[in-house]
Design a protein around this ligand. Structure first.
Ligand code: ZN
Length: 79
């Protein structure tokens, strides 16, 4: 028996990466200045997401109806 292996495994590499926002094929950089996004719109979407996160982190100190757990007098000393 001879001739083992040799089957070239063609790696299915996408010609271009996928847009992380809409998962659509994003053109490479030379022609797509919004890379790795498919379009400028998706790039802005991602940007706004980042800004939104920052806003949330910045305004985290706002206690929105969250009270401190006041221990109820349940545990009584029953002598
Ligand atoms: Zn996109």
């Amino acid at each position: 028996m001879h001739g083992r292996g040799g089957w070239s495994r063609s790696a299915r590499v996408a010609p271009f990466s996928l847009c992380p926002i809409c998962n659509r094929p994003a053109a490479p950089r030379p022609e797509n200045r919004s890379y790795p996004f498919c379009s400028d719109r998706c790039r802005l979407v991602d940007l706004s997401k980042w800004l939104g996160e920052e806003y949330r982190i910045a305004g985290e100190r706002t206690g929105d109806g969250e009270k401190v757990a006041g221990t109820p007098g349940d545990a009584e000393d029953d002598g």
